[in-house]
Write a protein that binds this ligand. Sequence first.
Ligand code: FAD
Length: 382
Amino acid sequence: MDFNLTEEQQMVREMARKFAETEIKPVAARLDATHEHPAEICKKLAELKFLGIAVPEEYGGGGMDCVSYVVALIEISKACASTGAIMSVNNSLYCFPVMAFGTHEQKKKYLTPVAAGEKLGCFGLTEAGAGSDPARMRTTAVLDGNEWIINGEKKFITSGNVAGFCVLAAVTDKGKGSKGISSFIVDLENTPGYSLGRVEEKMGINASGTAEMIFDNARLPGDALLGKPGEGFKQMLTTLDGGRIGIASQAIGIGRAVLEEGLEYAKTREQFGQPIASFQAIQWKLADMATRLDAAELLTLRAAWMEDHHQHYEKAAAMAKMYASDTAMQAAIEGVQILGGYGYCKEYPMERHMRDAKITQIYEGTNEIMRVVIANNILKGK
Ligand SMILES: Cc1cc2nc3c(=O)[nH]c(=O)nc-3n(C[C@H](O)[C@H](O)[C@H](O)COP(=O)(O)OP(=O)(O)OC[C@H]3O[C@@H](n4cnc5c(N)ncnc54)[C@H](O)[C@@H]3O)c2cc1C
């Protein structure tokens, strides 16, 4: 077994680290406060190929592996979890399904501009009444001649307010349950009948937009269908398996920021005539954080490695997402505690990390649902 990254993976990590430290970290607090979409940062992420890391070079992507994606996303999320969310959705939830299930023509049309950063992609699965149980979705797609007519509303869509394209799930055959769901690629700027709904006010990841999307007799061309009718639900679940590796990486990034800043503070803050790092109570918090973060990173790299080696990684991805997000949340709570009153105030980024960490336990399947996925796998002997 080799725990070392390849030369290319190390290079990707260094590139991501340098960019995150110099260009993202200095503006992260401002982005959080203003809720501004980091458009300039996204352009530069695209130049580094980080918006289409695994997209083949033929379609303008980086042609890199999933391990590279993990190491890059950890570094970006360590500097700014909102930027991490945008990068993660673009790669895992938009580029992946188009790459995996699209035709050559669809890839040329819908993947190349997104991998190049000209437009962002988003993923429309959740609805107001269908979150953990997406098979209950009510958005419909009906074939009318050579066009699909879409009706319904999607909720909580990351980048929905800024994206140019969306991979959208809709019911094409009501009688067939999850086997009657299909997926489509929607050109959001050129679809009559589509409109943007409310953009949510959130607890954290404030610079990542979360929007409602409204389809009112929206007309899509026949070639918008991804794969075959009825394959959509399976495609979405496969997409989310990879997405969870992204969320695990985002969580690790947040946790690593907490550890680094907590450590620095503990070494310099003095009480009772000594640095608080000399108190065992503080040391144990740091030791627990460091251990759990390493464990989370190993789980996540394993899941990524399994994806790269075409192994069944559903369980591994769910374990990584659940453990990494719980670790980030726990680390952030203890990080705030290490900083005492300063941890509670916006002068330090720690309170932002705590707000940002929480979402990783919720989206792309809550951690309760992760346990369902893990249990289903182990009960089947997988
Ligand atoms: C900031 C943000 C960004 C998002 N981005 C996207 C996106 O880009 N695209 C997209 O499609 N969706 C997105 N989502 C939606 C997200 O994936 C859902 O919010 C999530 O899956 C949970 O669904 P829900 O909110 O409806 O909660 P519910 O499903 O109503 O769950 C409520 C509670 O019940 C628990 N629960 C539900 N079912 C079970 C069960 N079987 N066993 C045990 N407990 C259960 C849940 O774990 C949770 O604690 C986003 C959400 C947010 C907040």
